[in-house]
Write a protein that binds this ligand. Structure first.
Ligand SMILES: [Zn+2]
Length: 178
């Protein structure tokens, strides 16, 4: 069973909107403003009512989101985007042991942009050195992307649930790295 009581709220289009409390999710379900997309197997009892405990719910009506806002590119945001996972060896580390790697090194003209920075553990960063992943014979887990503004509320440290991942993954950018 999941420890977290956060519920991922999706738009009618399945786009992630935010993480809501379990209580809020139940209200939306009872008012038939949302439906359960993923449940975590547990049951909730409310009076005579028995509900599967939701982990992902979806609004019945489409909510228009304000035009895209750009997220500040900070170490904290990059760590959150990459889920504290080294993008080369695929292992999770405490944030103190993680570095921000420029995929195309700065010294080679690589810029500090969402699509050129990834989280790397010290060991991988050291191994890669002043080389591109190709030169170093290292492969990125996935191409870095600019996260959508709405994702910011989903990026809370350690609060992600495994059932959320496929919905979060739908809204990645598509820029490619050579
Ligand atoms: Zn690593």
């Amino acid at each position: 069973m999941q420890m977290s009581n956060g519920v991922l709220l999706l738009n009618a289009s399945y786009e992630p909107l935010q993480v809501v409390s379990l209580r809020r999710a139940i209200v939306l379900l009872l008012k038939e403003k949302a439906e359960i997309v993923e449940a975590d197997g547990a049951e909730l009892h409310s009076g005579s009512l028995v509900l599967p405990k939701p982990s992902v719910i979806r609004l019945v009506y489409y909510v228009k989101i304000p035009s895209r806002l750009h997220l500040p590119l900070t170490r904290k945001m990059v760590l959150a985007r990459d889920n504290y996972t080294c993008q080369y060896c695929g292992r999770q580390f405490p944030k103190s042991e993680l570095t921000i790697d420029h995929v195309i090194p700065k010294s080679r003209g690589g810029e500090t942009t969402w699509d050129n920075v990834v989280v790397a553990c010290r060991r991988c960063n050291q191994r890669k050195g002043n080389r591109t992943p190709k030169e170093a014979g290292m492969k990125l887990l996935r191409e870095p992307f600019e996260p959508r503004y709405v994702a910011i509320v989903i990026l809370g440290e350690g609060s992600r649930q495994s059932t959320w991942e496929k919905y979060l993954g739908m809204y990645r950018g598509k820029k490619r790295i050579k």
